[in-house]
Design a protein around this ligand. Sequence first.
Ligand code: 13P
Length: 392
Amino acid sequence: MSIVNIKGMLQHAYDNGYAVGAFDLVSLDFLEGIISAAERCHSPVILSLAESHFDHYNFKLLTTAAESAAQETAVPVAIFLDHGATLDSAVQAINAGCNGIMVDASHQSLSDNIALTRQVKGMAHACGVPVEGELGYIPGVEGEDAERHPGEITYTTVTEASEYVQQTGIDFLAVSIGTVHGRMQGEPQLDIERLQEINQTLNIPLVIHGGTGLGDDQFRQLIDNGVAKINYYTALSDAASQQIRANAGNDGTGGYTRLTAGVREAISMETERCMRLWGSAGQAGAVCQPWLPVEHLIVYNVTPISDDEVDGMMAKGRQMLSAIPGVRYVLTGKAVKEDAKYRFCWLVRFVHPAVIDSYRNHPEHVRFADELFRPVAGDRISIDYQLTRSDW
Ligand code: 13P
């Protein structure tokens, strides 16, 4: 099944009364543990990469690993930027392989939150990528002891949620109704009535951050009232840490592989528990809108410039064009045989067919094409192909 469109994934969950887990990864142990749980449960899954964790791993490397795991598995997977802070981080994430984006400006004023979310949504939708926004504030740090929830003052209000969704055009809304990131202190109190009203007003998939520490009944109530995506990390981190502490306690001289033995399995068990509890187990076959990239191919001849000048033009093009939102990579090539009908080529991978237009109209593309490429490459053919399988 491989990578799927998260919009279809979450709409199916929303329409059918279950939630998909968005599990934050911080290492390959997390990635392997989460994917193996999804396979055992036959469940769709969201592999999340939270910007707040970027000091702990190389984002591009872990995203590449997530993409590779997604391509190899039979269950539907989406790769998601969690708590993206800026427009730039959203662009970087899309170009690195994320096919869903969260923009988190929830600590800002409503108007500033709307302004940034609109900007990110405009860019992401032009790349075909769905967007989650957050309104109301969810305190705490993933993986650590949580603050007590400051209460109603930071809750999402129905009126503001309505204005926010209307003005931003986001696809999914993360709401603040009593959860916190990190380990809960005491019994979490959730404002389910508020959630119900938000759901009835908005009718879009809702998201809960701070899934760790909620009870089974609370999860059921959340899902019954429109929550289709549950963000979850601290409990996985705690399962991993407990395993490492147990290994260390049994073995004072253990090296890295002995200390981390069983971590993957501990993460996987907790992930499986969630998938069964939230009802995503068994739904893999129902989520099937594949996420298929597009290859933009140009073959061309040049005149009147030399091969060295073509090399310079291609280097400039690789640099300028690869930064455009929705471009995964830009490859340039030269025909192996001197007498080939066309001597040079560009191969540009777009994340989605929507990028065909947004790329063509992007100022950097227009500048490169008008000033450097078209004047010397009048003899050319260009074509856009959508790949036919998602396990590319
Ligand atoms: P927990 O760490 O509390 O499970 O929350 C995770 C989260 O919301 C990530 O966005």
